[in-house]
Design a protein around this ligand. Structure first.
Ligand code: CUA
Length: 155
């Protein structure tokens, strides 16, 4: 049985695409560390209040225009609920949930992540433009879900 020439070409083309995609995603995930961040750092969700750094949530200056925000998410609030930073600041968010799965989305930025209980979610975001940025929970977490929000004020 002889394969048609075009069939051979397309078969080779398909194999090249499949192998090429695997090499690219594998390189990004393992060599560049772009794999999904969840599940790397874990925490006992029953003991968030007693576990550092979440026993003391807040905004901490860690460098020149560089801040760490230690944040807990719980039905139905973010702690801290109001964050104020100067324009041009880089913020490292460190978040965990005390109860159910919550989400964090910051309007007008690319920040959009799940915050499941038992896991520590870390996201870095730079805020160049002054203004008020709304932080929303985007995972349905109960009857008060739509009330769960916070703000980042960039001055
Ligand atoms: Cu928390 Cu929806």
């Amino acid at each position: 049985m002889k394969m048609h020439r075009f069939e051979e070409i397309w078969l080779i083309f398909a194999v090249v695409i499949i192998v090429g995609s695997m090499v690219i995603t594998g390189y990004q995930a393992f060599a560049l560390g772009m794999g999904p961040p969840s599940g790397k750092e874990v925490i006992d969700p029953q003991k968030v209040d007693e576990t550092a750094p979440f026993d003391n949530p807040g905004v901490f200056e860690v460098g020149d225009k560089e801040y760490e925000v230690v944040m807990t998410l719980q039905a139905f609030s973010f702690d801290p609920g109001e964050i104020e930073i100067p324009a041009g600041s880089t913020v490292h968010f460190k978040m965990t949930s005390k109860d159910v799965v919550h989400g964090v989305q910051i309007v007008d930025t690319n920040v959009n992540a799940m915050v499941p209980p038992g896991h520590i979610q870390t996201i870095t975001q730079k805020f160049d433009e002054p203004g008020e940025y709304l932080i929303l929970c985007n995972e349905y977490c109960g009857t008060g879900h739509q009330l769960m929000s916070a703000t980042v004020t960039v001055k």
